[in-house]
Structures are given as C-alpha cells and as structure tokens.
Design a protein around this ligand. Sequence first.
Ligand code: ADP
Length: 458
Amino acid sequence: MTLSFKNRIALFTALAAALTIGFVFLMVYGVVYFSAYNHLDEDIYQEKEEVLNNLRLKGDSIIIESLPEWDEKEHQQTEVNPVFLQVVDKNGKLLFRSSNLRESVLLFNPATDQDAFFNSHIENQRVRQGQFPILNEQNFLIGHLSVGLSSQESSIVLHNLRNTLWAAFPALLLVLFWATSFAASKGITPVQQLIKAASVIDENHISNKLPLPETKDEIHQLAAAFNELLHRIDNSMQREKQFTADASHEIRTPLTAIRGTLEVLIRKQREPAQYQEKISQVIREVDRLHAMLDQLLQLARLEGGRTSVHEIPLQINALLASAADKWQPRLAEKNMALHFDIPPSEVVTTDPDLLGVVVDNIIGNAIKYGRNGGRIDCLWETGSRSLIIRDDGPGIPPEQLPYVFDRFYRTDDSRSSSVPGTGLGLAIAKKMSDLLNIRLTANNAKEAGAEFILRFPF
Ligand code: ADP
C-alpha cells in the first residue's frame, strides 16, 4: 500500500505523537499508582508502630493480652476502612489475628525478615499488606507482625484511570492523524500547483516557467531551482539545434562545391590540365569534409563525456619540442620560426595526448593565420603556471575575441580569406582544456598578433 505524501506526514507525526502521549500517560499512571500506595504504606507503618508499642515481649515469647488497641472498631469491621492484624511466631505459627479476619489469614512470607510491602487478597478484597519482624530486647527475631489495609478504593481508581488512558490513546491518535493529514494537505497545495504546472511542460514548451509562490519558502526555492534547470535545458537544446543547423550547413557547403565542380567537368570535354585543377579542388573539399567530420566526432565524444583522461607528469619543453617537429614542414613553407626555451624542470601533471591536441590547434592556427616570415613564441610563466603561445600575425579583432571558442566560429577575415578551416579547432581545444582543468583564454598581444594563454592548475 502506498500512502500519499500528506498521509505519510500525518502517519509519521501520529507515530511521534503516539510515543510522546504513551510516555506521558505512563508517567501519569505511575505517579498516581505510587502516590496511592505510598499513602497506604504510610498508614500501615503508623499502625505497625502503634501495635508494636503495645506488644509485650518476654524472652522468645510474644505475649498478647487484651489491649485497647485490639478492640478498636477498625480491627473488627470488614466493610469501611478495615485494618487487619496478624501475629505469627518465628516459625510462622499463628499467634493472633484481628477479629475482622474471621477464618482468613494474611499472606505470610517466611523468606523475609525485613520490613516488606506487597499486595494480596482477603475474601475477594484487595489488600495492601506490610510484614514486619518482631525483635526481642536482645534483637533476636521472635515473630512477625502483618498489617493489612484495604486497597479496594485505590485499585478502583487506578483501574478506572488505566481504562480511561487506554481508551483515550487511540482516540487521540485518530484525531491527531486526521488533523495532521488535513494540515498537510493544506501545506502541500503549492506543491500540487507546481506538479500541475510542470506536467504541461514538454520539449515544445521548455521555455515556460513554473509560477513562483508568493511566500519565499522552500517551495519557492524548489520552483526557482526547477526554473533554472528548465532554463539550462532550454539553453542546451537551443545549442544542440544551433549545432545541428551549423553542422549541416558546414557539411553542405563543401558538398555543394564538389557537386558544382563535378557538374562543370562533365558538361563538356576539357583539357587534361583543367581536369587536374578541378579534381584537385574536389580533393581539397573532400579533405576539408574529412577533417570536419573527424573534429565533429571528437567534439561529440568530448561533450558526451566519453573522453578518458590519463594524467602523468609532463615536461612542457618536451611537449613543445614534439609539436615543433610535427609542424616543421609547414613552418618552413611559410618561412616562420617557432621559439621556445623552457627549463626541463617545468613539469605539469596532465594528459599528454589531450594537451597535445590543444597545443597543436593553437600552433596550427598561429601558422595558418600568422604572417609569412613571422615568428611564434612559446613562453612559460612560473608564478601563474601559464603557457603563452603568441604569434605576430594580424591578431583577432577585439570584438570577435569572445566568440573564437564557439563551434564553427571563424572571424570575418578568415571566412573571406582562402585559409581553410572549420571553426571547430578552438572549440575542441577549449573543451579539452576544461576537461584538464586548464584555463584557456584568447587575447591580442601588446605589439601585434594573437596570444593564447593556458593556465595550469596548481
Ligand atoms: P579554424 O578551423 O577556422 O582555424 P578555429 O576554431 O581553430 O577554427 O579558430 C577559430 C577562428 O579564430 C579562426 O577561424 C580564426 O578566425 C581565429 N583565429 C584562431 N587563431 C588565430 C590566430 N592565431 N590569429 C588570428 N586569428 C585566429
């Protein structure tokens, strides 16, 4: 059986209340019980003192004479406040009993020679009993005195109290359960309103917001947190849509170019040189498509969290040396030089493959967009643990700097130039840096050229 939320609140409250009420009832009953019997025990003590004062003890014998005490009315009657008396010798042999005991005897416990109190019965009458040792002048036990008082009234009061508490307990719990359930249902009304509003939000209405309750309580916080979540989902869906649109546009462009070139080629017979030129164009477009698909897959892997990171200590100098080797032919083509001089002691703990891709993208761009005969400097700042890669090309227009890490973003100059590119390289570099906890930022160098800074974690 599944309980509704409000009934669960009511149930837990009722259970907590059951424990508290049960404890209070037990305390009440205990206090009444002890005070009732305490009162009787005090009376029994008083009676015992009077009787013992009137007993005559001789050696081992207890001499019972007709004392005025025995003749008191309370020792004769059995109806109203009777007091039962009984004396036994040290062997438990009955020496005397008050006349109201008639044929009955008070319960005698031979096992104790101390003052003892207990409950017993005499002819269907409840009795509170005290049993006291009788000692002679030498302090030897010579018998026992038992004094009994009717506890009928106390036990009726206790019995009634117990019944009342038993009956009140479930009734109180029922009332409490009902009241809490009612209060809880009032309390969760705003939650129900939220559920209603949330249930109509689907992917087509993701920009809808939940109404915020007026009171700034936890429900208000929940609704606000939910709205923020919706906002993030909305943003991410928008980005996905934008990405799909951009990707299909970027893929369609080279495909259209390839198709156009091939159509031109088959229209009529051409010179071999023309075939060569057009087919080379097609190969370049196919290469571009290939590179773009590779980068798209890489990006998808990064965004899907499927890129694993294996960090090891890595010398910055060694990393740059292998990049320089790789780019040497391209550097030579553009008559450019790559400078770096970083002490081998400068070591970072990172994934060399992923960092290699990041550095490759940045150096590749510096060569692509740098000027012919220019230089690329790689510097290490120990204090801030930053690697700076700087070229002396045209740089990036300041107003376009914030967008260079966006997918498919190319500056206006790059788009209109013949420099090939997809606009994905820096987006990948940024995502990989994030994964490696490296802060990658783009800037323009003071003199000229673009500057990329990789700030490593300490
Ligand atoms: P692309 O494939 O176009 O190079 P990237 O994502 O690597 O894509 O770079 C995005 C854009 O940033 C480039 O198209 C270019 O406009 C600009 N850019 C990147 N690096 C440089 C640089 N060193 N100098 C000038 N512009 C650059």
